[in-house]
Unconditional design. Structure first.
Length: 220
């Protein structure tokens, strides 16, 4: 079910990476459009328990990231470095009471570890209070770099694809991204995009096509 596709993977690198940058970040073509949502983190203020407000330009200010992995702390580079228990991240979003969710794209930059699709899920709550957990449908590793000191940088993109037009059966009143990792992994940067734009139903599309056909017949 899960797909893994490597892209632009580098075995070694000479120049250091910019702190907080996501190499080969996958930016959806709908980012910034109406009914879409973006938040990004290039730095962190708390390694354990406290909230980290999204600090990238254009981020939704109501979105916060928490890590509850025991033994985690901020390292010398300002990344969240997991202890033996690994990362236990909760990325909490805002309220959306009128729209159903179409698509989600998550970019993660990590050091010395990674997050697999089995370690990530999207928690959705609809207007009736029903909770749905959804796993990513695709995973791309967009960059991997190995340094002389043995440290490994990875940037990965996870996509939650449309299911029957939407990711949930009703309007999404709350959402939360959750992911974990093995011990020693450091979280360097995060970006999340959500698309709440409406997709016409197949019936509506058929009616639209029929309307065009009738209009052309009348012109004849």
């Amino acid at each position: 079910m899960y797909l893994f596709m490597g892209a632009a993977i580098a075995a070694a690198v000479i120049a250091p990476l910019a702190q907080g940058a996501i190499v080969n970040e996958a930016e959806p073509e709908w980012r910034g459009r109406t009914n879409t949502f973006f938040s990004g983190w290039e730095s962190f203020m708390s390694g354990f328990g406290g909230f980290n407000v999204a600090d990238r330009s254009g981020s939704f200010c109501g979105c916060s990231l928490f890590n509850f992995g025991a033994g985690s702390e901020l390292d010398a580079d300002g990344d969240i470095r997991a202890g033996d228990a690994g990362l236990d991240v909760k990325l909490v979003g805002g309220q959306f009471s009128t729209q159903r969710l179409r698509s989600v794209v998550v970019n993660l930059a990590t050091w010395d570890g990674c997050v697999e699709t089995t370690q990530m899920k999207l928690r959705l709550v609809d207007g009736s209070g029903a909770v749905t957990f959804i796993a990513p449908t695709t995973l791309n590793e967009n960059n991997q770099q190995i340094f002389d000191d043995g440290s490994i940088y990875r940037s990965r993109v996870y996509r939650f694809d449309v299911v029957d037009g939407y990711l949930s059966s009703g309007a999404v009143t709350q959402w939360r991204l959750e992911f974990t990792s093995l011990g020693g992994t450091a979280l360097d940067a995060v970006a999340i995009d959500l698309d709440f734009n409406t997709v016409p139903s197949p019936g509506a599309m058929a009616l639209a096509v029929l309307g065009v056909t009738v209009a052309r017949m009348r012109r004849r």
